[in-house]
Design a protein around this ligand. Structure first.
Ligand code: NAG
Ligand code: NAG
Length: 185
């Protein structure tokens, strides 16, 4: 009796793991704004109505070298009206330290590797003035932490200068996590 209970529990766990692997974010809204005159940003969303093929491009023109940069990324649970309910993760990354030590943070490395294939930003500090892009970011493909719930949420990245004590760029992506079954079998 006890063993069969364990077996059922195991099967449920395995099934849950398989299913959660196919939770994907479907974007509702994207905000990408610069708070400083030395950085210009814009974004374009492609196929906003498509669950799997939705993608976006970001453009970042920088006119002054960036010597230090802190990236603070957070996942929040929101309600359907996009109001923040709970913080799931909040992490601060020193970008220049991270570029020299890309293995220092496993969660960040997954996203970093994904971005590396889609950007022309030279990963070195100081970050040189230039016209940069990140292209073909597909939320359905972005490696996400495995524990995100089936819910409305918001992914936020703030780019801060600690020395100048300002937030330079704000990125917010509002999405609903949905189960996507089509490709399992
Ligand atoms: C960046 O610069 C390029 C070339 O001048 C221009 O075409 C583009 O619109 C600029 N993008 C932004 C976000 O300012
Ligand atoms: C998504 O794009 C692929 C090719 O890029 C296409 O084969 C597929 O039909 C598209 N799916 C949807 C739902 O738009």
């Amino acid at each position: 009796m006890k063993n069969s209970f364990h077996l059922v529990a195991l099967l449920v766990a395995v099934q849950f793991t398989l299913m959660s692997a196919f939770l994907i974010p479907v974007g509702k809204k994207l905000e990408f704004v610069s708070k400083v005159s030395s950085i210009q940003v814009s974004h374009v969303i492609h196929q906003p109505k498509s669950v799997v093929n939705q993608s976006f491009d970001l453009e970042i023109n920088i006119t002054r070298p960036i010597k230090e940069l802190k990236l603070q990324f957070s996942y929040y649970l929101t309600d359907e009206g996009d109001a923040i309910q709970t913080t799931i993760i909040k992490r601060t990354v020193d970008v220049c330290f991270y570029i020299r030590n890309p293995k220092s943070d496993r969660v960040v490395k997954q996203m970093y590797d994904y971005l590396l294939e889609r950007t022309n930003i030279k990963m070195q500090c100081p970050i040189a003035p230039g016209n940069y892009y990140m292209r073909n970011i597909r939320p359905a493909d972005v490696p996400l932490p495995g524990f995100l719930p089936e819910s409305h949420l918001m992914f936020e990245t703030l780019y801060r200068s600690e020395v100048r004590r300002v937030t330079m760029v704000e990125f917010r992506y509002f999405a609903k996590m949905v189960r996507y079954f089509e490709n399992i079998f």
